[in-house]
Design a protein around this ligand. Structure first.
Ligand code: ZN
Length: 235
């Protein structure tokens, strides 16, 4: 497998060091309800307290979503779930003093926040951090990025469609308008605690439709009907 570089959707490499990935949990109401229903998970205090659930993945979690994605070595750890998410590529430093957070976004893409669901449930039950379930090597396949600047009008951050199909069946479909914490306030909240550097990625949460992945599954994913992950295979 070739070394990962951030890259534009049309194929050229982006000259930025691959940084950390800052993620938000439970940012779509339909997914929060799904977790309560299917996994008896009632840990959603942020719906009342309006505080986003934040966690990190290291840069070793990042891989190319348009190459084969190895998962067979994880099967002994229980179910591995898809979480399709809108990914923001950060191109300028942001910290707690920053204004104009949207100006720091230079690309919009798609990510899979791969999650070992049974490991995560066990960690939650025991009140432990989530890294073993979400921050492992290869847990963040990323698509190429569509260039973004705050002055353009083709991509509206609060009206982005995302869709994941597995073996040609739709598994997840959502729109960024369904986010509990939309993209701009999410960046503000993240940067009160975590500075963002050029090359960092922000994942913005998953809509409903998480479920198990198996070796041999083939996925496609679109952002505003544009294919960003094209027939990638889990191996
Ligand atoms: Zn997620």
């Amino acid at each position: 497998m070739s070394k990962y570089h951030h890259r534009w959707h049309e194929g050229s490499n982006i000259d930025l060091t691959v940084g950390k990935v800052v993620c938000v949990g439970k940012n779509y109401a339909d997914h929060v309800k799904e977790m309560e229903r299917v996994f008896s998970d009632s840990s959603a205090p942020e719906l009342k307290e309006k505080q986003a659930v934040l966690f990190l993945k290291p840069n070793t979690a990042v891989c190319n979503a348009n190459q084969n994605i190895p998962i067979s070595h994880l099967t002994h750890l229980g179910e591995l779930h898809n979480e399709l998410e809108i990914a923001l590529l950060i191109g300028e430093s942001l910290d707690r003093r920053s204004k104009n957070h949207i100006d720091a976004i230079i690309g919009i893409g798609l990510a899979l926040d791969l999650t070992l669901r049974e490991v995560q449930a066990d960690l939650k039950n025991r009140g432990l951090p989530w890294e073993r379930s979400k921050a492992f090597d290869g847990s963040c396949p990323l698509s190429g990025f569509i260039p973004f600047s705050s002055s353009q009008t083709t991509l509206e951050l609060d009206n982005l469609d995302l869709e994941l199909t597995i073996n040609e069946q739709v598994r997840q479909r959502g729109n960024s308008s369904m986010m509990l914490t939309p993209i701009e306030p999410l960046l503000v909240e993240i940067t009160t605690l975590f500075s963002l550097e050029p090359g960092d990625i922000v994942l913005t949460g998953t809509p409903a439709g998480v479920g198990p992945l198996h070796a041999g599954d083939v996925i496609n994913a679109t952002l505003n009907q544009q294919t960003l992950i094209d027939a990638s295979k889990f191996t």
